[in-house]
Design a binder for this molecule. Sequence first.
Ligand code: UFG
Length: 325
Amino acid sequence: MRVVVTGGAGYIGSHMVHVLRERGHVVSVIDSLVTGRREAVPPGVPLLEADVGDRGRVGPFLREQRAEAVLHFAARIQVGESVVDPRRYYTGNLVATVGLLESVLDAGVERLVFSSTAAVYGVPTEVPIPESHATRPVNPYGETKLAAERMLASYARAYGLRYAALRYFNAAGALAEAGLGERHEPETHLIPLVLRAALGEGNPVTVFGRDYPTADGTCVRDYIHVVDLAEAHLAALEYLGGGGEGGAFNLGTGHGYSVAEVIAEAARVAGRPVPTAEGARREGDPPALVADPSLARERLGWRPRRSSLGQILEDAWRFHAAAAR
Ligand code: UFG
């Protein structure tokens, strides 16, 4: 298959490019390189350095690449930033996706897989969370992703575009042997911060609240290995190609781990202590976010294979330890 990956120089997109190439697909990338890294795109993979909403360049690129499918990862991803600077999210996530879809329709691309998020659910009233759960985002990041999902549903009905919106829970892990892993600037995610603290880089990890209504008082999240996420995109492409009905699918394991459990397991994997500090709750953090992943299992035939907490941390540790050398 000929596939264009937007955000292919970013964390999840770069793993996707790797997995697609391993399976013999023909891949090209669109990335503005604002947060993506050029060195994450392998030599020989065509790269259009452009905003995904740039119709004048993206449409012709999709045609030139004879794209059969688009995997749309490019986005801004920081919840906190979206609250203080929402225009970046409405412009960078929503307006850009509107533009990308113009190019997709113009170029006659029939399949699109969209990176969505568990943030579309807001504060869940039911855990594990099924796709039928109410969507009430509590920040502009989630609002823009939900608006893009709705647009996709309308376009699918009206124009026959076939799509899957994949609602990621907490993406984590790495493919250290390929030199790929999580490296955001600034880093706000728990696992890289914990591993960097174990390496003695930066500050101790602040535990954001120990007074949540969970077993140990810290927040629970459903961590999903980035390679499992990539596999799910491939499964979605195949499913859509086989005439499967589009829509939204949760990508998680169905099992959550608390912040304290992540820190303890990271210390075991790293073989060193993780320096920690106590902090207040971070605004907007729901106590527990855990997926009900049964729809993706039934429809896409996908199940996570690398997403035990130990495996995620071992892979991420190898990446961070190598980067620190
Ligand atoms: N946490 C800490 N200390 C830190 C960083 C995080 O205690 O220094 C805690 C958070 O409070 C949270 C958990 O670790 O309970 C995980 O936090 P992350 O920032 O790693 O991830 P989030 O669950 O906040 O966010 C993830 C994605 C978002 C997405 C969201 C869905 O990164 O893009 O899930 O709600 F929107």
